[in-house]
Design a protein around this ligand. Structure first.
Ligand code: PXP
Length: 247
């Protein structure tokens, strides 16, 4: 059984600051500056996804995040030899293994840990051996949780995309229930459980209230909200919404 703590960490994903920067190919806005503002505003960690096609975060961003941040860096990456080499070079606090398809707009589903056990095993082992905390980004399914545990990953992150996409009503309730069941099962089998994808002010409360979740990773909504209220204030409000839900 994983220890249940009342602390719910907020990992702020800065990918889409880089998306805006890359739209013009220059250096503004800088995701590292955003990460430093996020840390000031109460983020417990920074998440960045280095994609194979480098559509947002670049190798240089990872290097600068690693050297300038004084809060943990969670590197999201696909299980490929290229990414493994980068992770082992920079040794971030954490790596979250995600599925990646070149054509997708975002990470559309969870990693099929159950179906790709043999492919994923050497990556998990190499990262764990390097002292990096490994998490598997999965759908809220018991078989994916069990497969993650069998692989020796200490953490799973539940994909909240479907829950966030559907309107308030029975389908949203059903998706929330799936997340609750999976988070409870994760604790039962000794996995630390995180969640993320698509969360905003309207959807974060019920997820934050799930007692066995230890961390939420949130990016796109916060970067969008920053246009209207600023990045720091958006993060402060998100943090407060999480804290209220936890109480
Ligand atoms: N967690 C994981 C594993 C992700 O891939 C993403 C998106 O990069 C997020 C969390 C954050 O999702 P969003 O940007 O929709 O908040």
């Amino acid at each position: 059984m994983a220890a249940v703590s009342n602390v719910l960490r907020l990992g702020v994903n800065v990918d889409h600051v880089a998306t805006v920067r890359n739209a013009r190919g220059g250096i503004h806005p800088d995701p590292v500056r955003a990460a430093l503002i996020a840390a000031e505003a109460g983020a417990d960690g920074i998440t960045a996804h280095l994609r194979e096609d480098r559509r947002h975060i670049s190798d240089g961003d990872i290097e600068r995040l690693r050297s300038q941040l004084n809060i943990p860096l969670n590197l999201e990456m696909a299980a490929t030899q290229e990414m493994l080499k980068i992770a082992l070079k920079h040794k971030p606090h954490a790596v979250c293994l995600v599925p990646e398809k070149r054509e997708e707009r975002t990470t559309e589903g969870g990693l099929d840990v159950a179906g790709q056990h043999n492919t994923l095993a050497p990556y998990v082992r190499a990262l764990v051996d390097a002292g990096i905390r490994v998490s598997m980004f999965i759908e809220a399914e018991i078989r994916q949780l069990e497969a993650s545990r069998q692989l020796g990953a200490p953490v799973v992150e539940l994909h909240t995309g479907r829950y966030c996409e559907v309107p308030i009503g029975p389908e949203r309730d059903k998706q929330l229930e799936r997340l609750k069941i999976a988070a409870a099962h994760a604790a039962k089998i000794g996995l630390e459980c995180h969640a993320g994808h698509g969360l905003g002010f309207d959807t974060v409360g019920p997820v934050a209230a799930i007692p066995t979740l230890a961390e939420l990773n949130i990016g796109h909504f916060l970067v969008g909200e920053a246009i209207f209220v600023g990045f720091g204030p958006a993060i402060v409000r998100m943090r407060a919404a999480m804290d209220v839900a936890r109480k």
